[in-house]
Write a protein that binds this ligand. Structure first.
Ligand code: ASP
Length: 345
């Protein structure tokens, strides 16, 4: 017993400085899925790593200057939504009807206020629309054409549907529809933004959702998620990303989580809230809670994907049961970590 106690004291002395609470922290994901080394050329890999680095540093800068977790999340997700490498806003996957229907959500851990949109088609930055729902409407979730109207009335930057078009996502749709023996809809018309970067992207099928969680210097956590959903979705399908508690959740009482993966399973397990509940009610560490839900519960149910998380005491975590997840983390005074494959930290 005495030996163990001594070892614990020594371990805490040795790790004492590393364990000190960082004054801010940010974790970013760019989707999880079957991402193996053989799937990516060196240029593709470099493009994803550069994007994850740029986005995480941009969010970190907001936090370093004393900005709120919500501001850091919005700034970082804007970059991801503009980047055709990712399945959010520009670069989003197509529905079976050949449309980009975008979902996003945001939650403020300090107040438990939340905002979400589903199936929106005309807002350049859906994460800002989710934030506007949270901050300027009496509601939590808006959908479809009503949400598009709210976006315009709120004065958010609008985009033609063709702005979201990328050639590789169109090819993914054609492939998916052929496999499903469904008709290919007419190709969207309109001014399409040139898309060299997307030529670098490998075809990872339906994944590529983006999410950011952050802890600010005031000690508040928040979470944001933005996606085009899944390739070839039909019938107004909505995944977990805009569902508060499933794909996104934040509470200063526990943690902030953003998820990516097969949304139906994340909804059924209320993955994001479940992780925070394990932290809050069972006292699990953030990593243990994320692993319990992703590696055990999600896997047992047959779902694929992953999560990122941050806690008010500065703990950061990610967990995924796929072969890869685009991910990065940064905290005050700590080096940036960027990873794609399973064998990386
Ligand atoms: N979770 C998203 C959805 O089901 C997709 C993803 O994260 O790849 O809509």
């Amino acid at each position: 017993m005495r030996v163990i106690a001594l070892a614990v004291v020594l371990a805490s002395l040795v790790t004492g400085s590393a364990m000190a609470q960082p004054k801010w922290a940010i974790v970013v994901h760019g989707g999880a899925g079957v991402i193996e080394r053989a799937d990516l050329t060196p240029q593709q890999e470099a493009a994803y790593r550069a994007a994850m680095t740029k986005v995480t540093k941009a969010g970190g800068e907001v936090l370093e200057k004393g900005g709120s977790a919500l501001d850091a999340i919005e700034a970082a997700i804007h970059l991801l939504e503009d980047d055709p490498l990712f399945n959010s806003a520009r670069g989003a996957v197509f529905t079976a009807e050949g449309r980009n229907e975008l979902d996003a959500s945001i939650m403020d851990g300090a107040t438990l206020k939340a905002g979400a949109v589903a199936g929106v088609t005309r807002t350049r930055h859906p994460i800002s629309l989710a934030r506007a729902v949270m901050e300027t409407s009496p509601h939590v979730m808006l959908m479809g054409s009503g949400a598009d109207t709210f976006s315009k009335e709120t004065g958010l930057e609008q985009a033609e549907p063709s702005y979201f078009f990328t050639e590789r996502r169109w090819r993914s749709l054609e492939k998916f529809l052929a496999e499903q023996k469904l008709p290919v809809p007419p190709r969207p018309t309109g001014p399409v933004v040139a898309d060299e970067a997307a030529a670098l992207a490998h075809d990872e099928g339906k994944y590529g959702t983006v999410g950011v969680v952050a802890l600010d210097q005031a000690g508040h956590v928040a979470a944001g998620t933005s996606t085009g959903g899944t390739t070839g979705k039909r019938w107004g399908r909505v995944g977990d990303s805009p569902i508060i508690g499933a794909g996104n959740y934040a509470s200063d009482a526990s943690c902030a989580v953003s998820a990516t993966g097969t949304g139906e399973y994340f909804i059924r397990l209320t993955v994001a809230r479940e992780i925070c509940a394990l932290v809050e009610h069972k006292g699990l560490s953030l990593q243990a809670a994320a692993d319990e839900v992703v590696q055990n519960k999600l896997t047992a149910l047959g779902g694929d994907g992953g999560v990122i998380a941050v806690a008010p005491d500065g703990q950061m975590a990610w967990s995924y049961n796929t072969s890869g997840m685009y991910r990065a983390r940064l905290a005050a005074g700590e080096p940036l970590t960027v990873g794609i494959y399973k064998d990386e930290p």
